[in-house]
Ligand binder design. Structure first.
Ligand code: SF4
Length: 330
């Protein structure tokens, strides 16, 4: 999927599959034939309910998980079959912000050592003095201070730990950040602070980001483009504003009606779409459209044929039989 501009593609994902054996010859299709591109300096948010495959998709994109099929290219290089030299450069260029800062940082380690580790591995400082300067700069960049460097991780709150995790990721001057639900384990009161910090750093450093969240209200502010996943499939992808203003897929429409609206009058007038039924098992998904059992618009064809991803409006793709024949006015 290309938006037709001259921007360079940072990450290209083609027909990516990640399957797990589920016994008796069956497979759990966690990610099934997913394609998208992220341009340099752009943020793609991927949303969907838990278990939809969004985190597995992100981890397979950056090579933490092996793929079952398809291709992923970072700056034109195949992520899943890199030379040792390219792999080493990739581990510097692509960094991850984890979901749970309590689990991803060793509570007994000194903040300084955590942040300095990447600088040392990739030999990014000429001497100890330069390394110290860089660690202190990074701490300030994420809203902490040089005094915090000598303390152990367990002395910090969740929000502060996530700031340390961000400083660690930025210590190696990455080009790409994979943020796996980076605020879901934090108090609501500090979630916005971390999102704002990531947005500020992304702009300042020209980073490209893949941002995973289960909530559309979180990705709204941070994403240029948004992809919606359901049961291992990407069902809609477009520019963020277009997805919010005129969603196409019935699942996206339902998710959007659950996003809180600040204006109480608008909120009262909005009709919430309640999704009926549970998400089916990815081991035994429904035939045809995977959303068919929960979709109010379901037609005969939906239970028989899997809808293909199509570009319904310029740059706005969806996989839904409602758009098989008509091309909407742009
Ligand atoms: Fe609903 Fe059919 Fe579209 Fe699936 S393909 S989302 S069942 S209308």
């Amino acid at each position: 999927m290309n938006d037709g501009t001259s921007k360079k593609i940072e990450l290209e994902v083609r027909n990516l599959k990640k399957y797990y054996k589920a016994g008796r010859g069956r497979y759990l299709k966690a990610v099934d034939d997913v394609s998208f591109s992220i341009f340099q300096g752009e943020t793609l948010g991927i949303v969907g309910e838990s278990g939809c495959g969004k985190t597995t998709c992100g981890k397979t994109c950056i090579g933490i998980l092996q793929k079952s099929g398809g291709e992923v290219y970072f700056r034109g290089k195949d992520v899943h079959s890199m030379s040792t030299k390219d792999r080493f450069a990739f581990t510097k260029d692509v960094q991850m912000i984890f979901q749970d800062p309590y689990a991803s940082l060793d509570p007994h380690q000194k903040v300084y050592d955590i942040i300095a580790e990447g600088i040392q591995i990739h030999r990014l400082a000429a001497n100890k003095e330069e390394e110290r300067k860089r660690v202190f700069e990074l701490l300030e960049m994420v809203g902490l201070t040089a005094e915090h460097a000598a303390r152990n991780v367990h002395e910090f709150s969740g929000g502060q730990r996530q700031r340390i995790g961000i400083a660690r990721a930025l210590s190696v001057n990455p080009k790409f950040l994979f943020c796996d639900e980076p605020i879901s384990a934090l108090d609501v009161s500090i979630q916005a602070q971390i999102v704002n910090l990531l947005m500020k750093l992304q702009k300042e450093q020209g980073l490209t980001m893949l941002f995973i969240a289960h909530d559309l209200s979180v990705v709204k502010h941070i994403s240029d483009k948004i992809g919606v996943m359901y049961l291992g499939k990407m069902v809609e992808i477009s520019q963020a504003s277009q997805l919010y203003d005129s969603p196409l897929h019935p699942y996206t429409k339902a998710l959007l009606t659950a996003v809180p609206i600040a204006d109480p009058d608008v909120s009262r007038r909005r009709k919430r779409i309640i999704l009926e039924g549970d998400v089916p098992s990815p081991v035994n998904p429904p035939a045809g459209c995977r959303f068919s059992g929960r979709c109010k618009n379901c037609m005969e064809i939906c239970r028989q044929e899997e809808p293909e991803m199509r570009e319904v409006k310029k740059g706005h793709w969806t996989a839904c039989h409602l758009y098989d024949t008509k091309m909407e006015e742009v």
